[in-house]
Design a protein. Structure first.
Length: 288
């Protein structure tokens, strides 16, 4: 009987299974708070940070217009082309050009005639053959003819016409308009067949070898400026490339709207010609 009872208890324990020992629950570790700190950059007290643009001085930019009005006979320019001083930019034509050359030849012939007559009258007067009045009148006519001849000759030279060739009878129906400076064509405002007046801009040429910085500085910073100060600058689209310059002119006038004055700085010659006028720059002026 005891045997049966022990066996029954054993079977019940196997069927139900004994619960395993309970595991120890660990308390969750407290979460570490993550914070982001923004580093504060100490302003550099030894420099002034300013903005500005790349510009070309007036002496290195030329607006080309015809000295004599006419129709564009030929032009093959495109913006961006490099030209040299004296190079033909375009050609003009007008009936008035032929008339001016004819007037010159007429003035020359009259001058020679009056000069000959004046010398003859001077000789006759010296020999007591002609009167003083006749000699004076001949001299006066010669002086007038000389003035007209010289004026006509100066005009022909302004037109760019070879005087010696003209005196040999070579009359040109066209005029050449030439580049006044070396540089790059930045604007073309003329085309084939267009009529150009004397004050009408046809071509703009820019010399990129003498660009400089035009910086705007607030009036309260003006006292820290001096000629000769070093300037470092970069283009807004190329901040990794830093260039050098040096202040050479400080404008004394303050813009009443922006309360700024303009500072001009010469750019290092080694980079002249690689930059483009009108580009915005960020600059730092060393004030030590």
């Amino acid at each position: 009987m005891k045997f049966l009872t022990s066996a029954l208890v054993t079977l019940l324990m196997i069927g139900c299974g004994a619960d395993p020992a309970p595991k120890e629950l660990k308390e969750p570790e407290p979460e570490t708070a993550v914070t982001t700190e923004i580093a504060e950059v100490e302003p550099n007290q030894n420099v002034l940070q300013v903005h500005g643009t790349l510009v070309v001085p007036p002496s290195h930019e030329a607006t080309v217009h015809p000295m004599f009005a006419g129709y564009v006979h030929s032009i093959e320019l495109l913006p961006g082309e490099k030209v040299k001083k004296g190079e033909v930019l375009f050609e003009l034509t007008h009936p008035n050009y032929i008339e001016r050359q004819r007037n010159y030849l007429s003035a020359q012939a009259l001058f020679k005639q009056q000069e000959k007559e004046w010398k003859r009258q001077a000789q006759l007067y010296a020999e007591k053959i002609s009167s003083d009045k006749e000699a004076a009148e001949a001299e006066n006519l010669w002086s007038q003819a000389k003035a007209s001849y010289w004026a006509a000759q100066a005009e022909i030279k302004l037109m760019g016409i070879d005087v010696q060739a003209l005196e040999k009878g070579v009359i040109r129906p066209t005029l050449y308009v030439r580049a006044p400076i070396d540089g790059y064509v930045t604007e073309v405002g003329a085309h084939q067949g267009m009529y150009l007046s004397e004050n009408q801009a046809a071509v703009t040429i820019t010399d990129l070898t003498q660009m400089h910085l035009e910086l705007e500085v607030f009036e309260h910073q003006a006292s820290q400026l001096a000629t000769g100060q070093s300037v470092s600058f970069y283009l807004q689209d190329r901040p990794e490339q830093v260039y050098s310059a040096q202040i050479h002119v400080i404008n004394k006038a303050i813009n009443p709207q922006t309360r700024t004055l303009v500072v001009h700085a010469d750019i290092d010659q080694s980079v002249q010609g690689t930059l483009t006028p009108g580009m915005f720059v960020v600059a730092q002026i060393a004030i030590d």
